[in-house]
Design a protein around this ligand. Structure first.
Ligand SMILES: NC(=O)c1ccc[n+]([C@@H]2O[C@H](COP(=O)([O-])OP(=O)(O)OC[C@H]3O[C@@H](n4cnc5c(N)ncnc54)[C@H](OP(=O)(O)O)[C@@H]3O)[C@@H](O)[C@H]2O)c1
Length: 319
């Protein structure tokens, strides 16, 4: 089979031929139709988890994917060959991922059945970004009438977080470059702030001098970096980071709540999100499609800030 592999940290991934993996006990082999692309996929190659997890090379890149169950390993009862499924396939310790024609995943905990009407490309765009958005918005604790600033709202996770927060009757403030402001308002943001026009914290504080309830920071990268954006919070407000950029103790010392969260694409969350997409209550915008051979270019495009939604790799377009 063809797969996109990295042979070591900080090497340029390339298309290679590998044997089709075999599903072990409790695992399924999925013939993939589409793979979803996330910034984390290239961060793994850059070594973001080096020293924390064993890495097996050559490593197939990618977490998210959708396709048809080809084979089930011993003991699998949740799925049968022919089932349409989607979910997460990344297993760094075994060098496994979704940028491939076939991928193996545990039958329990990582995959969900795909509703009939939902196409593979949309399904592949859901797991990491949408489940992350779901868990991060929940983690902020916001509810009806609260005000939430989403920093990094213009990206794949942010666009979904806006809609999920809006559905809870939260007033959503969104940071954006000028060209996506109108679209983010369509999705449910009530105010947008142009991050290219100066520090967002100053702009939001000027509009909300008493402070707002919560911040979801999808942009800040280094530990403690959320310190400045947290200036927009009222006393007791909450800041959640998707990139471990919160220093919880520093936040507590300022009378704020700070959390670093990871999205968990559980089957239950995947079901809920797929159903919302199927009913067109949740819009997942695919703004870039590429083939497996262009996977690295697609990741570079994300790194260069050219993404305006989700990127999906078409692995197999004959079904
Ligand atoms: N912890 C988890 O479980 C988890 C799950 C999902 C995602 N994440 C992380 O969350 C982050 C967001 O993911 P994503 O998929 O949404 O990424 P993305 O699609 O690349 O979106 C990032 C967005 O941030 C915008 N941005 C750039 N500079 C900014 C600035 N100065 N202020 C505010 N926004 C700015 C970008 O705009 P331009 O394109 O114009 O640069 C882009 O629209 C990534 O770091 C990802 O790794 C973590």
């Amino acid at each position: 089979m063809y797969a996109v592999i990295a042979t070591d940290f900080n090497t340029e991934p390339r298309l290679a031929e590998l044997p089709v993996p075999e599903p072990g006990p409790g695992e399924v082999l999925v013939r993939l139709a589409a793979a979803g692309v996330n910034p984390f996929d290239s961060k793994v190659v850059e070594g973001i988890l080096k020293g924390q997890v064993e890495h097996a090379f050559p490593m197939v890149l990618g977490a998210d994917g959708a396709g048809i169950v080809e084979l089930t390993g011993p003991g699998v009862t949740a799925f049968a060959p022919g089932d349409r499924v989607f979910g997460q396939f990344m297993d760094i310790e075994r060098g496994r991922g979704s940028y491939a024609e076939y991928a193996v995943a545990p039958a329990e905990g990582k995959l969900a059945l795909l509703p009939e009407e939902l196409p593979y490309d949309l399904a592949a765009a859901i797991p990491t970004a949408c489940a992350g958005a779901h868990d991060f918005v929940a983690g902020t604790g916001v509810g009806s009438g609260d005000t939430l600033l989403i920093n990094g709202a213009s990206g794949g996770v942010g666009q979904v977080a806006i809609q999920l927060a809006d559905a809870k009757d939260v007033r959503v403030l969104a940071t954006t470059p000028p060209d996506t402001a109108d679209y983010l308002r369509e999705l449910g943001a009530v105010e947008t702030y142009d991050f290219t026009a100066g520090p967002v914290s100053r702009q939001v504080r000027a509009a909300h001098p008493d402070g707002i309830d919560a911040v979801l920071d999808l942009f800040s990268g280094g530990t403690g970096e959320t310190g400045e954006i947290a200036d927009v919070l009222r006393p007791g407000g909450t800041v959640v980071s998707s990139n471990t950029a919160v220093d919880p103790e520093a936040m507590a010392a300022r009378g704020l709540r700070g959390l670093n969260l990871y999205g968990a694409a559980t089957p239950e969350t995947l079901d809920l999100l797929a159903e919302a997409v199927r009913r067109e209550e949740l819009k997942v915008h695919i703004d870039h499609r590429a083939g497996l051979a262009e996977a690295w270019d697609a990741l570079e495009r994300l790194r260069l800030g050219k993404a305006r939604g989700k990127t999906v790799l078409t692995v197999q377009d004959r079904w």
